[in-house]
Design a binder for this molecule. Structure first.
Ligand SMILES: [Zn+2]
Length: 226
């Protein structure tokens, strides 16, 4: 499996591909779908060739182009059932997280967004028969149905917004975006106990997956001491 990182202003997303299959992890945001098309053209493919759109969660900056991409590619949209409410823009944010609700509503208006149904509702530990095996890892905290995707061959875990490993200081996403922070310890433990070679998060400057894992491990040591 090859990975192309599509770098965006606020959020990055990814193209995964091999000879048979083309998949996206999340849809990108402000760069629009041309950004995806250009990257695919470089490997002699186009959005029409996308077979799967693998969502880590339903926040707007991860699903902004979902409906447009689906229309062009008819790709299978994969995510946990619990994230549909985010994709629909109907999640009842509470307290300070209502800022997120406002920002997402603004985004939906600006992007002329239409919600769309998840085609395949995946569960924790389920393995997709793609790229030699891609396993869903439930990582709640940022949102309730948030998942990562573990590529079994390379032992690289795409962690979405579970944690931001790319800043000088590893941290959880800003609190206004985390709807279930009480579940972070469970997710931290889960990832810490996995046999991994690297992790890749969606936000921040470019860093190797090994460096991101190294930073995560450093972070967990401190986290457990608290
Ligand atoms: Zn998010």
């Amino acid at each position: 499996m090859e990975t192309i990182e599509l770098r965006g202003l606020f959020v990055n997303n990814f193209i995964l591909y091999d000879e048979q299959t083309t998949a996206l992890i999340d849809t990108g945001f402000l760069n629009g779908i041309n950004h995806i098309e250009k990257a695919l053209n470089k490997i002699n493919r186009s959005i029409k060739d996308v077979d799967y759109i693998l969502l880590t969660h339903g926040h707007f900056d991860h699903v902004a182009h979902l409906e447009k991409l689906k229309k062009i590619s008819n790709a299978t949209i994969v995510c946990t059932a619990a994230e549909q409410i985010h994709i629909d823009g109907k999640f009842p944010y509470k307290g300070i997280s209502r800022v997120t609700q406002f920002l997402e509503a603004l985004g939906r208006f600006v992007f002329n967004y239409s919600p769309i149904l998840i085609d395949y509702q995946i569960n924790h530990d389920e393995i997709l028969d793609l790229f030699g095996g891609l396993k869903a890892i439930h990582l709640p905290g940022h949102s309730i149905g948030h998942i990562g995707y573990l590529h079994l061959d390379s032992k690289i875990l795409f962690v979405g917004d579970f944690i931001d490993t790319r800043r000088r200081k590893v941290r959880f996403p800003p609190c206004i975006f985390n709807s279930f922070p009480e579940l972070f310890p469970e997710s931290i433990k889960k990832v810490d106990e996995m046999d991994l070679k690297g992790i890749i998060s969606n936000h921040g400057p470019p860093l190797s997956s090994e460096e991101q894992l190294f930073r995560f491990k450093k972070f967990t040591k401190k986290y457990y001491k608290k």
